[in-house]
Design a protein around this ligand. Structure first.
Ligand code: GAR
Length: 205
C-alpha cells in the first residue's frame, strides 16, 4: 500500500476527507508549516503521525530540508497538498518529481493562485469547481488528473461558492489520490508530467 503524507496549513477538511476515505493508500504523516494548524489536532486525535515546523526564522531552505527528512523518515512515497498555502521550491519539487499532487479550488487552467471563487463569480461563469493536479514548478500548472464542477447560482458570493466547491473537493480528492498512487510511475506519470516528447528520427540507411 502506498504511503502518503498530507501537507496542510489550516483547517484541514480535505486532509480529513483523505484520511476518512483512504483506499489504496495509507496516511503515514500529516505535516504542516503552521504548528497551530487546526487540522493537526484532529490528526493527532486520530492517532496519526504529525510533523510541524514554521519556516519563520529558519528560512525556506532549512524548513524544506527538515520537511524532506521527516517525509523520508516516515517512508512517504507520495505527497498530497491539502490547503497547503506555501509554494514549494523548485528544488523540493524536483526531488519529489511526479510524486506531489494538489487540490486547487477552480476549474484549471482557469484561476490559478488565490481568490478563485470571487474571480469566477466576477467573470460571470456558470460553473465553479475544483481540480486535482500534479505539482510542478509552475504554480497550479501541472497536469490535471481530475475535476469536479458545481453550478454558480444567483446570489452566490465567494463564501457560498467556496462551501459548495469544498463539498465537491471532499468527494473528488480521495478518489483521485487513490487513482494516482495506483498509476504505474514511469508509464503514466511521465505522461501526466508532460515531459518533452522525443521526436522519433526516421532511420536512414
Ligand atoms: C481548499 O478549498 C483548497 O482547495 C484550497 O484551500 C482550501 C483548504 O481547505 N487550496 C488552495 O487554495 C491552494 N492554493 P481545507 O484546509 O479545509 O482543506
Amino acid at each position: 500500500e502506498a504511503s502518503v503524507a498530507i501537507l496542510i496549513s489550516g483547517r484541514g477538511s480535505n486532509m480529513m476527507a483523505l484520511v476518512e476515505q483512504a483506499r489504496g493508500y495509507r496516511v503515514a504523516l500529516v505535516a504542516s508549516d503552521k504548528p497551530d494548524a487546526a487540522g493537526l489536532d484532529w490528526a493527532k486525535q486520530r492517532g496519526l503521525a504529525t510533523w510541524a515546523l514554521s519556516p519563520r526564522g529558519i528560512g525556506k531552505a532549512a524548513y524544506e530540508a527538515a520537511l524532506d527528512t521527516a517525509l523520508r523518515d516516515a517512508g512517504v512515497g507520495t505527497i498530497a497538498l491539502a490547503g497547503y498555502m506555501r509554494l514549494l521550491s523548485d528544488d523540493f519539487v524536483a526531488r519529489w518529481r511526479g510524486r506531489i499532487v494538489n487540490i486547487h479550488p477552480s476549474l484549471l487552467p482557469k484561476y490559478k493562485g488565490l481568490d478563485t471563487h470571487a474571480r469566477a463569480i466576477e467573470a460571470g461563469d456558470a460553473f465553479g469547481g475544483c481540480s486535482v493536479h500534479v505539482v510542478t514548478e509552475e504554480l497550479d500548472g501541472g497536469a490535471v488528473l481530475g475535476q469536479s464542477q458545481v453550478p454558480i447560482v444567483a446570489g452566490d458570493d465567494a463564501d457560498t461558492l467556496a462551501a459548495r466547491v469544498l463539498t465537491a473537493e471532499h468527494a473528488l480528492y480521495p478518489h483521485m489520490l487513490a487513482e494516482f498512487v495506483m498509476t504505474p510511475f514511469d508509464r503514466v506519470r511521465d505522461t501526466a508530467l508532460k515531459l518533452p516528447e522525443v521526436e522519433e528520427r526516421p532511420s536512414h540507411g
